[in-house]
Design a protein around this ligand. Structure first.
Ligand code: ATP
Length: 284
């Protein structure tokens, strides 16, 4: 569907505390979005403090952009509408005008609201020259017109938060409408440690588990890669137990799994590697 989710703030279930690292990004989003949405009266005087209408989160896949968007809606007390660029198949294109109007009038009624546009490059990508599909162009223009048409009263309480792994593919006109661009980076060792602590907080770990060694051994891993690595590592004691049972010819022994060791994670690296090599240095 065109809209993939509509969730009220108290049902989103993700807060900034559930996101490891990215402290600067969280602080910036709080200033730009949560505060104006929660305290609009502080932003209605003068010209300097104006709520931001559009923000772009860009960076490698799996670094938590979607998670940040959801948590931001919780923090801002805003409804969360999510649309995904790539799900817009040609069957929708004939209805470009109707759909965008419906989206924005729906959003006005739900304000304060964050409209999260994931894979924004698919929806609002660069002009494709002579070969661009007429319908793609129409969709992009309709979307931008509806966005520009937000009444100023609404614009304080409706934020377009877009995300992409491919910022270079975005149309200039779209970039201009997203005046704040925030790079969501791969975590460094210290931040990997913070993320790992969140994923492993409820697990049975060997005493003195060396988070620092695991963080050092996972250079290049995104938050999403780290999660997959933890899942793969957590399987190892289960697998051992099953093999043990098979050897003994018994099943369903009261299972007591051994604690997870650093080595489980190191071994799991052969199954889950770092998924991206990324360079966003030419975008700022
Ligand atoms: P994509 O660009 O591929 O859509 P993304 O940047 O939107 O990726 P998410 O979908 O937010 O990434 O992250 C995928 C999963 O990875 C999350 O659901 C979460 O479990 C985990 N994750 C990623 N980064 C973090 C983080 N900093 N803290 C906690 N979990 C994280």
């Amino acid at each position: 569907n065109f809209i993939s989710a509509v969730v009220p703030p108290d049902e989103i279930g993700v807060k900034f505390d559930d996101i490891g690292a990215l402290e600067d990004v969280k602080r910036t989003l709080n200033e730009l979005v949560s505060l104006p949405m929660r305290r609009p009266e502080l932003f209605s005087h003068g010209n300097l403090l104006r709520p931001c209408k559009g923000i772009l989160l860009f960076g490698p896949p799996g670094t938590g952009k979607t998670l940040l968007a959801k948590a931001l809606a919780t923090e801002a007390g805003a409804n969360f509408i999510s649309i995904t660029g790539s799900t817009l198949t040609s069957k929708w294109f004939g209805d470009a005008e109707k759909l965008t109007k419906a989206l924005f009038s729906f959003a006005s009624r739900l304000a304060p609201v964050i409209i999260f546009v994931d894979e924004v490059d698919s929806l609002l990508g660069a002009r494709g020259g002579a070969f661009e599909h007429e319908a793609t162009r129409r969709m992009r223009n309709e979307f931008m017109a509806a966005w520009d048409g937000l009444r100023s009263k609404d614009s304080q309480r409706i934020l377009i938060l877009a995300a992409t792994n491919r910022p270079f593919d975005l149309d200039d006109a779209v970039i201009r409408r997203l005046p704040r661009r925030i790079y969501v980076d791969l975590p460094d060792a210290e931040n990997r440690m913070k993320i790992l602590r969140i994923f492993l907080s409820l697990e049975n770990l060997e005493p003195g588990f060396r988070y620092d060694e695991l963080a050092n051994a996972t250079e290049g891993y995104s938050g999403s890669d780290l999660k997959n690595l933890c899942i793969a590592a957590a399987y190892r004691p289960v697998q051992e137990l099953l093999e043990e049972e098979k050897k003994k010819g018994v099943t369903g022994t009261a299972p007591s799994l051994r604690p997870l060791k650093l080595d489980d994670f190191i071994q799991a690296k052969s199954k889950v590697g770092a998924s991206v090599a990324y360079d966003a240095t030419s975008m700022n």
